[in-house]
Design a protein around this ligand. Structure first.
Ligand code: AMP
Ligand code: MG
Length: 336
């Protein structure tokens, strides 16, 4: 877990903090932890809401994971280059949102990147190895979000080529967090934290006096934090090179691929954290900035209202931190 939720216990406080009710479960390829801080509600009420939120996350996974046979995304991939696939309006909306992030990032974020993930061995089906130039060229020809066709009247999605395939790994976890929060709200919960392996939404507050506190993991020191941030009704997501990687000839390659070069982003940056009003946006932009690099990436989000980012790069043994305009001078950073 690379973002840790920090419980603050103020020594000397007269009142102990109210109890938090928390459930963790493995899903979305990580461990999802949901914490509720509504102290005025009966426990049963809270446990019921938590079950509904986890059921919603399972529904999203069954709809959007390319690993689940029968999901909208697996059916689109099976039908690629052959026929249009009828999918739910929700899937179409998220694919459209993904295409929006592709457009604004000049193609750095691209949900058609899967053929490249495959040839590098990120899917576990192929050996992890440096692909040949020919393999790279062939896979790159299949990667282009502009070859996704959407028909909203018929509720269909299709990929122009047979070898194309979609992977929502860069945005779906954030979306699942947003959906879990929506369900908690519908169930009457006002204060909760959903953490899907570092894709987080903080609803309301931890208690009357304190916002939720989120610790952002130091990208090179497992037991240290880069920063601790207060959040209320806001999302945060981190993309880091230490999260998932393959090793070829003693060199680590992270799971985010630059669609333009076809190569995993191995140089800078090492972790990108994005704050946004919703978690799907934070998730997609963290992946996009990771590909673009800190300078260009922060340039992308500076004009976007209510979105901020921390870019941590590791250069010649030293951590180099860049902050978006709205964070400068406002947060403490451990620069060691
Ligand atoms: P995240 O953990 O949100 O940074 O997303 C990383 C995941 O997104 C990877 O495991 C891939 O499934 C997928 N991915 C990799 N490269 C890209 C890219 N350039 N654009 C969109 N998704 C990507
Ligand atoms: Mg992402």
């Amino acid at each position: 877990m690379f973002l840790l939720v920090v419980s603050l216990l103020f020594a000397g406080c007269a009142e102990p903090p109210p109890p938090l009710i928390k459930i963790s479960r493995p899903c979305l390829g990580t461990v999802v932890e949901i914490t509720v801080a509504d102290k005025d509600k009966p426990r049963q009420f809270i446990y019921h809401a938590l079950e509904q939120a986890f059921a919603e996350i399972a529904r999203i996974e069954n709809l959007l994971s390319r690993f689940k046979s029968g999901s909208d995304i697996s059916r689109i991939n099976t039908d690629a280059g052959k026929r249009r696939t009828e999918v739910s309006p929700e899937t179409i909306t998220l694919i459209e949102e993904s295409i929006f992030f592709s457009r604004i990032s000049g193609g750095a974020f691209d949900i058609t990147v899967h053929p490249l993930l495959e040839i590098w061995g990120f899917d576990g089906m192929h050996p992890a190895e440096i692909p040949s130039e020919q393999q790279l060229k062939l896979a790159q020809e299949e990667v282009d979000y502009r070859n996704i066709e959407i028909n909203k009247e018929e509720h269909t999605v299709s990929c122009a080529h047979r070898e194309m395939s979609l992977d929502l790994g860069g945005i779906a976890k954030g979306y699942a967090v947003d959906r879990a929060i929506a369900v908690l709200r519908e169930e009457g919960i006002r204060n909760a934290l959903v953490n899907a392996g570092g894709d987080i939404y903080a609803l309301g507050r931890r208690d009357d006096d304190n916002k939720w506190l989120i610790g952002i993991q130091h990208p090179r020191q497992r037991d240290r934090m880069l920063s601790v941030i207060e959040l209320e009704d806001r999302a945060v997501a981190t993309s880091g090179d230490y999260q998932r990687y393959i090793e070829i000839d003693n060199q680590q390659y992270g799971h985010i691929i630059n669609p333009r070069t076809g190569i995993p982003c191995t140089v800078l940056p090492c972790s990108i954290t994005v704050f946004a009003p919703d978690c799907a946006t934070a998730d997609a932009l963290a992946t996009a900035i990771f590909v673009l690099g800190p300078d260009q990436g922060l340039g992308l989000i500076d004009p976007i209202e209510d979105v901020e980012a921390i870019a941590a790069g590791f250069e010649q043994g030293k951590l180099n931190i860049l902050l978006s305009r709205g964070l400068k001078g406002k947060i403490g950073i451990n620069r060691e």
